[in-house]
Design a protein around this ligand. Sequence first.
Ligand code: TTP
Ligand code: CA
Length: 360
Amino acid sequence: MAWIRCIAHLDLDAFYATVEEVLNPAIKGQPIMVIMGEDMQNRGAVATASYAARKYGVHSAMPVSQARKLCPAGIYLPVRHSLYKEFSLEVMKVLSKEVVQLEQVSIDEAYLELSQRENPEQIVAKLQSQIIEQVGLSASVGLASNKLTAKMASGYKKPGGLTIIQPGEEFSFLAPQPVGKLHGIGPKSVARLEQHGITTIGELAQAEHGLLKELFGPRLGLELQQRAAGEDDRPVVTDRAAKSLSYEQTFFEDTSNPAELWRHIREMAAGLEGRLKSQGLLARTVAIKLRFNNWQTITRAQSLLVPTDEAGPIAAAAARLMRQSWKRGTPLRLLGVRVSNFSEPDAPRQLSLPVVTSDE
Ligand code: TTP
Ligand code: CA
């Protein structure tokens, strides 16, 4: 099959839980819940559940008290973020040996640009086995003519699946799937669309534009409809070529909990540190993106006095921006942190100390 554009999306399976299995093979295959938050008994929440645990109905973001009712004999472990970051880095190293144009989009997923490559199907299958052999983790992959379809395809046969959507098949693949699977459509939007008889992606693609405009506003309405039709011309942007690096977190339920928001900021800042360091870049500008529960979206940016590749100053700047632009108690649907305005550490800096040589 001739691909004009060919993009793979790779997503690790039950990522945190699988890392815990790799580090302790005795628990492999058992129901494992990785818990975030202080309280492992009641108030913590499930960050992820292994596939064995999902059979009991446990899923991400569920309160641990509920998970314990559904799966009392499961293994409950506290999150260990720095470990997962190391595993993430190992996976990205495996990928970057094979693929130059690599865009990491979260701790456990990346897009690979394979348009100019011979036999992309074989390349991704090989990468899946290498990730198992070299890192011990299972990944699901989607291969398609654009990012959106590739991402939908990687989620289609989890865990361990490889789903290939041939050019021209995008719409027939997407159309029968529930509308809530489309990126950007959360549970509340699903409910609103259902009220208008729209339950599948295909129905969204064919919905009257006036209705979507009314529900989501003109810009987003059009964008969602294009996505539903399987249209997406976003390029794969490598970190090195990017003008900015960012993470975004869409919440399952709108949140106004400052501790939770702060935790997300810290995690995103840590992720940005890893990406800046791996590219040898320093960032001078930090921005946040907030989306409220009425879809209004704002971004606010701040320049740093000293360019940085460290999570601490990035998180601190993001927290300052939050204090200026977010009124406590206002529910948020999405929170994002972005860094930009890059320089390289080796470039001469105004405040660098003079080099002292010792030959007299
Ligand atoms: P996901 O890729 O959403 O989930 P997953 O890798 O656990 O499972 P899947 O096989 O369905 O892809 O998220 C990646 C990691 O991010 C996940 O292992 C734990 C963490 N995470 C949270 O901490 N909180 C959350 O609400 C979600 C969804 C994920
Ligand atoms: Ca995943």
